[in-house]
Design a protein around this ligand. Structure first.
Ligand code: 6PG
Length: 241
């Protein structure tokens, strides 16, 4: 596990953009699962506005680690957020965008998306393998849409599951642990003071850390990196600023 801590969200966004450019390089097809929520917005803005010309977008294939079961035009939609902050600003072929159809029946879509991964991604150990999975982490230690109250979904034998948000009851389609941990690389993008407590528990493996889905992210390749701002990392003893 590698920790990369930067002073603020913009710096995280800039450094992650450089990291993505280096990682995707000239690979003919680079398959990325994106995180949702609010953290990626600034990352996508910086990537699109400052580094767009450094990425060969025709080689980039975008997927989502999770999607809310809403229409793609809904403000809750991770796809809509990504269109607004990234896709609308870069020259990525439409056929390279593989969205989760939040408007469809959740169970049907979880099955369809799981099958799409089997078809579109290269295999490693007989499982679909992303080149990069980008993850966020909720204040409650969830990641993708695997929440603590449904942590059993992490070990599902399926590629995708239907999850339920613990407060809103909103249904979501999420990748499961078998896909996330089969990725070549997993990068957490976590910023803000509200994440600091769980970052410490999970990164420092404090008592009860396994109660939080984010602590189960452990790619077989061991290529796991946390991009943090100082606020999210403030309780990590090794990073006292
Ligand atoms: C989602 C996400 C989710 C998110 C965390 C952090 O659909 O909301 O994929 O896992 O990454 O909840 O969200 P913030 O970036 O908004 O804090």
């Amino acid at each position: 596990m590698e920790l990369k801590v930067y002073q603020n969200k913009v710096k995280v966004a800039e450094e992650f953009s450089k990291y993505l450019i280096e990682k995707s390089g000239t690979q003919k097809a680079f398959h990325i699962a994106l995180s949702g929520g609010s953290t990626p917005k600034i990352v996508f803005d910086v990537l699109a506005e400052e580094f767009a010309n450094d990425v060969d977008w025709k080689n980039i294939h975008l997927y989502w680690g999770d999607e809310r079961c809403v229409a793609p035009t809904d403000d809750e939609s991770n796809y809509k957020m990504t269109v607004e902050h990234l896709i609308s600003k870069v020259d990525i072929p439409e056929e390279n965008i593989h969205r989760i159809k939040g408007e469809d029946d959740p169970k049907t879509e979880a099955k369809r998306y799981g099958e799409l991964l089997e078809k579109e991604l290269p295999k490693e150990l007989d499982l679909p393998q992303f080149d990069l999975v980008i993850l966020g982490m909720g204040d409650d230690g969830h990641t993708a849409s695997i929440f603590p109250h449904e942590i059993n979904l992490w070990v599902s034998p399926d590629n995708c599951e239907v999850a339920i948000h613990p407060e809103s009851g909103q249904r979501r389609v999420s990748l499961t642990g078998r896909i996330i941990n089969n990725a070549k690389t997993v990068a957490f993008l976590v910023t803000g003071e509200s994440k600091a407590e769980k970052v410490k528990i999970i990164v420092d493996r404090e008592e009860g850390y396994l109660d939080y889905p984010a602590s189960h992210v452990a790619p077989k390749t061991k290529d796991l990196v946390w991009f943090l701002d100082a606020a999210a990392a403030k309780l990590l003893t090794s990073f006292q600023s």
